[in-house]
Design a protein around this ligand. Structure first.
Ligand code: TXA
Ligand code: MG
Length: 344
């Protein structure tokens, strides 16, 4: 038997804590003492460290297996004083904060002098967001400093929308997982850059370019336009072509393609339209290895269920998951984006 540092190191067993006021206080104190912990947000669970605790911030990258030049999002409580954390608050930033915070919108803005470069991946900009999840809000209020947090999954894997997902992936690497109501949005926040002449969507999410345009009264570069520009920001990990992947192979198909599909392994079909679900049911009738998961026919509902469904495919030991192709409309853009990356 070989002994390595890894086998000798004591294995951690994360404690799962309900989001009670006492547990939230305990977690805030742990953050300020330099511990890492996972906590719920309205999008997905985050793996948090107080930005003032550089050792803990570095541990985030280790626990996730994520490259250290990838910037983290700094989370703040509603009404938090941002001075020192961001360089200044432009009128555009103020309008977006007023309209969408607390909520699933991350603003990339010039970094303030107190925001460590460890958080921003060495860049002079910082991604900042105020989540709306009640447990996240209380935790951030109690901590009193911004909390850097990427999604609480291993690098490249599916973002967690349940405390049990975090436990399965990071339970041996972090001491605490704070739980709370199930994330209502289900996919990561929209990220917009306020650095250029035009506001630009770096990652699509529940808040669309159209929502932002309506508030600002000016045109916003959509994620589709941003992706067309050569050398579009590669520092957004969600921008890597392959990301959000379960072990099962993900195929994104139209109902008509399902008709001709030859099933050769355990397969989960996930759809929402009558035509797709009818084809999926037919496949199931022909083949006992096929299971069907019907989602509600709304982009927000599909987003909410998306990651848990991808994980379910692995739990059911499926070799593949056949996901319905979303329509090419802006309201489905974020779901389509995640599915494309999961299937890359
Ligand atoms: O909904 C969310 O945003 C979740 C929850 C936990 O808040 N967080 C999340 O974090 O998705 P993460 O690290 O998985 O994705 C954050 C993205 C990264 O792709 C990162 O590159 C980008 O935000 N980002 C952060 N700061 C940035 C900056 N200064 N410039 C460009 N991109 C930035
Ligand atoms: Mg992530």
């Amino acid at each position: 038997m070989t002994t390595t540092d890894e086998t000798l190191a004591p294995k951690m067993h994360a404690e799962l804590l309900d989001g009670t006021p006492e547990n939230i206080q305990r977690c805030a104190a742990a953050l300020l003492e330099g511990q890492l912990l996972a906590f719920p947000t309205e999008t997905v669970f985050g793996l948090g460290a107080a930005v003032t605790q550089l050792h803990a911030v570095r541990q985030i990258f280790k626990a996730k297996g994520r490259p250290s030049e990838h910037p983290l999002i700094a989370h703040v409580a509603p009404g938090a004083d941002l001075s020192g954390w961001v360089a200044h608050i432009s009128p555009t930033m103020q309008k977006l904060m007023d309209a969408f915070w607390p909520g699933p919108l991350t603003l990339v803005v010039p970094r303030g002098e107190h925001m460590p470069l460890e958080v921003t991946g060495g860049q002079n900009s910082v991604g900042i967001r105020c989540p709306s999840h009640p447990v996240a809000i209380e935790l951030l209020k109690a901590a009193g400093v911004p909390v850097a947090a990427p999604s609480a999954n291993r690098f490249g894997k599916v973002s967690p929308t349940r405390a049990t997902h975090v436990l399965a992936e990071l339970g041996d690497r972090i001491p605490l997982i704070l739980d709370g109501e199930v994330p209502q949005v289900g996919i990561e926040s929209t990220i917009v850059s306020l650095l250029g002449e035009q506001v630009a969507v770096l990652r699509p999410g529940a808040i669309t370019a159209a929502h932002i345009e309506a508030v600002l009264g000016m045109s916003v570069k959509t994620h589709a336009e941003v992706s067309k520009t050569p050398h579009a920001n590669p520092r957004v990990s969600g921008a890597l072509e392959k990301h959000y992947s379960p072990d099962a192979k993900v195929l994104v198909l139209q109902a008509s393609e399902l008709q001709e599909f030859r099933v050769q392994q355990v397969t989960l079909c996930v759809g929402w339209s009558d035509s797709f679900l009818a084809q999926a049911d037919q496949l199931r009738t022909q083949n006992p290895d096929v299971q069907v998961e019907a989602l509600n026919n709304q982009p927000s509902e599909v987003a909410r269920a998306l990651y848990a469904t991808l994980r379910q495919a692995d739990e059911l030991n499926c070799g593949q998951v056949l996901f319905e192709m979303p329509p090419a409309t802006t309201e489905w853009e974020a779901v389509l984006d995640r599915l494309k990356r999961a299937s890359a």
